[in-house]
Write a new protein. Structure first.
Ligand code: FPP
Length: 246
């Protein structure tokens, strides 16, 4: 396998936006207050990527495990997503942002699903930034849906199971049309992947910060980019091989 070229700037960033609840708790406010504040940080991250010329940003907005949260919090998050789509899509469209949603969308209310589909359709031709919002997403779910789709192709005789290798399976994953994630950021102090993009982060650089998501601004993201630029990405090769490939 040839190593992908190394670059000092990521082309694809993925973020686990953690810490909204704690941010609200410190202010003696309900968790939903933290999620609303988190929306501002989402805007800051999008503006940052547009300014930096980063091609793709994938945000973990709602995991398949988040349904276990109190009904009131889940309801508030759904309302927030709906309002955000109503409020922000036109401006994102003007800035050339293409919005996409990944995850098991069938679980959402029809109104929200329609909004998601409309936002994706409206912005489909934009190319300044690809913004992927992961909702009811889980990395294991993604692996299962990719395997299921490959199995359907095999059963129909369009794919030879004996030839199923990484390259043949890759197109069935979410985000298959994008480069893999270069930089994986998690805010809020925890250092884990929490079933986010598992396949797509095989060679990502991981960056963890204690900053709670609502406090994230361009300065915090700048620090993540600085850390990324100092990483030595070798993709399994020796340092001298990787230098030659880069
Ligand atoms: C994790 O923090 C955050 C979430 C589960 C929701 C993320 C949602 C937003 C940032 C709102 C805006 C998003 C969009 C796409 C419009 P947490 O609640 O687990 O925080 P904690 O770890 O402090 O409890």
């Amino acid at each position: 396998m040839t190593a992908p070229p190394t670059a000092s700037k990521p082309t694809h960033i993925a973020i686990v936006m953690d810490g909204n609840g704690r941010w609200a708790g410190r202010r003696h406010r309900p968790r939903s207050f933290g999620h609303r504040a988190g929306q501002k940080a989402v805007r800051a991250a999008i503006e940052f990527c547009l300014r930096q010329g980063i091609g793709a940003l994938t945000l973990f907005a709602f995991s398949s495990e988040n349904w276990k949260r109190p009904e009131e919090e889940v309801g508030a998050l759904m309302q927030l997503f709906l309002r955000a789509l109503e409020k922000e899509v036109d401006e994102l469209h003007e800035h050339g942002v293409r919005i996409d949603f990944i995850g098991d969308l069938a679980a959402f209310a029809p109104e929200l699903r329609t909004r998601m589909a409309e936002s994706a359709a409206k912005t489909a031709a934009n190319a300044a930034l690809r913004l992927n919002i992961a909702v009811n997403y889980g990395g294991r779910w993604d692996i299962v849906q990719a395997a299921r789709r490959a199995a359907v192709e095999a059963a129909a005789g369009r794919l030879d199971p004996e030839r199923l290798d990484e390259a043949a399976l890759a197109p069935f994953f979410c985000l298959a049309d994008l480069p893999p994630v270069d930089l994986f950021i998690r805010t809020g102090g925890e250092q884990r992947i929490s079933n986010f993009l598992l396949w797509q982060t095989a060679y990502s650089e991981l960056y963890f910060t204690d900053v709670l998501w609502p406090d994230v601004d361009a300065g915090v993201l700048e620090q993540a980019l600085d850390a990324f630029a100092r990483r030595d990405r070798r993709f399994g090769q020796t340092p001298s091989q990787a230098r030659r490939a880069g």
